[in-house]
Design a protein around this ligand. Structure first.
Ligand code: 4NP
Length: 149
């Protein structure tokens, strides 16, 4: 099973989602990666605030490298999780067919019955990053429990 976490920049939310889900699954069974729909930070490490909040929870995401989402990701991944509705639309707009589109889900729909978003914390202080961490962590618990069955 291959899971891709996607946000806009691939420096704040999706690197956390990648690191958190990786920490909950067996790497031999589940491959996890992340990407951004925007190309502003390609090649960069995650935002220092994401690195810091991950570290506070015992995870090291500092060696991740930002990349842009590409159409070939529909072939390479089984599940594609968008952090917010804008990311979701950006990915869906690139889908070539129903099979591609069916792979795309809003991350927090794993824990909610309404379309809640992981808010973009880019302009927030550290608290925003802790808030985002908690939301992603809860969703990843549900995903990991299902994938490990
Ligand atoms: P992310 O946050 O989508 O969670 O990585 C952002 C990071 C950078 C920008 C926007 C959102 N930006 O516009 O540069």
């Amino acid at each position: 099973m291959k899971v891709l976490m996607v946000c806009l920049g691939n420096i704040c939310r999706s690197p956390l989602a990648e690191g958190i889900l990786k920490s909950k699954v067996d790497a031999n069974q589940v491959y996890v990666d992340s990407a951004g729909t925007g190309g502003y930070h390609i090649g960069n490490a995650p935002d220092p605030r994401s690195i810091k909040v991950a570290k506070e929870h015992g995870l090291d995401v500092s060696s991740q490298v930002c990349r842009k989402f590409s159409v070939s990701d529909f072939d390479a991944f089984d599940l594609i999780y968008a952090m917010d509705k804008s990311n979701y639309s950006n990915i869906i707009n690139l889908a070539r067919n129903k099979e591609d589109a069916d792979k795309v889900k809003l991350l927090l729909n794993e824990i909610n019955t309404f379309d809640q978003e992981v808010p973009d914390p880019y302009h927030d202080a550290d608290e925003g990053f802790e808030n985002v961490y908690q939301m992603i962590d809860q969703a990843c618990d549900v995903i990991a429990a299902r994938l490990e069955k």
